[in-house]
Design a protein around this ligand. Structure first.
Ligand SMILES: CC(C)(COP(=O)(O)OP(=O)(O)OC[C@H]1O[C@@H](n2cnc3c(N)ncnc32)[C@H](O)[C@@H]1OP(=O)(O)O)[C@@H](O)C(=O)NCCC(=O)NCCS
Length: 179
């Protein structure tokens, strides 16, 4: 008996870069403004929610207005992707910090309704542009193993540098890209 198979379209890296460039042009990628903090908290919750278990977040993403304000006060840069127009909506975000001579990005998030159109890749590209602007030639991020997400980053030029056990024994990898 034939079994159903899921075919996934695999895009070539240069096509992926073009898709990301189109996404970058379609949205406004810029630093978070203070009045957008509530929208950011909502975006993160929607992005990290487990679809089958609406009350559960994918990883231990504990975020509220106070924690975002605290991150900003500690020098974390939060970049967001907004729609253009008179009433912009937040569709994606990523956090950037400088760590030991490299730019480290985390909490990459795109709302479910805007996925698969290059916005995630565009936000990673914006993180890399920030690294260059900050005079850094290395970009790093952590990813949980076993979620296939490593393929997403590898197509953007990232390599696994090392694997480790994170909080709660979660298997993770640190990825790096030299610019
Ligand atoms: C990961 C994420 C930011 C990607 O955003 P996006 O706008 O859909 O990304 P793009 O459109 O640029 O790229 C989509 C590609 O990533 C792949 N991808 C996205 N999420 C994936 C996942 N969880 N597992 C495997 N592949 C994934 C898609 O299959 C697609 O591949 P393709 O280009 O070969 O078709 C988004 O899915 C998200 O917010 N996920 C929840 C939060 C999260 O896990 N963040 C990353 C923490 S390290």
């Amino acid at each position: 008996m034939a079994t159903g198979s899921t075919k996934r379209r695999v895009r070539a890296p240069n096509q992926k870069a073009r898709t990301a460039a189109r996404a970058a042009a379609r949205y406004d990628l810029d630093n978070l403004e203070r009045h957008e903090i509530v929208a950011l908290v909502s975006l993160t919750r929607r992005a990290y929610r487990v679809p089958a278990r609406p009350g559960t977040l994918v990883t231990r993403v504990i975020e509220d207005e106070r924690s975002v304000q605290s991150d900003l006060a500690q020098g974390v840069t939060i970049m967001v992707a907004r729609t253009h127009g008179s009433r912009p909506r937040l569709l994606g975000a990523v956090r950037l910090v400088e760590d030991r001579g490299a730019l480290f990005f985390s909490r990459l998030a795109v709302v479910p309704s805007a996925r698969g159109r290059g916005l995630g890749a565009a936000l990673v590209g914006a993180a890399e542009s920030s690294a260059r602007a900050w005079g850094l030639d290395e970009v790093r991020c952590d990813v949980a193993l076993g979620k296939d997400l490593i393929g997403f980053y590898e197509r953007l030029g990232y390599e696994v540098e090392h694997e480790y056990l994170g909080p709660g024994g979660l298997a993770k990898a640190q990825l790096v890209k030299r610019l």
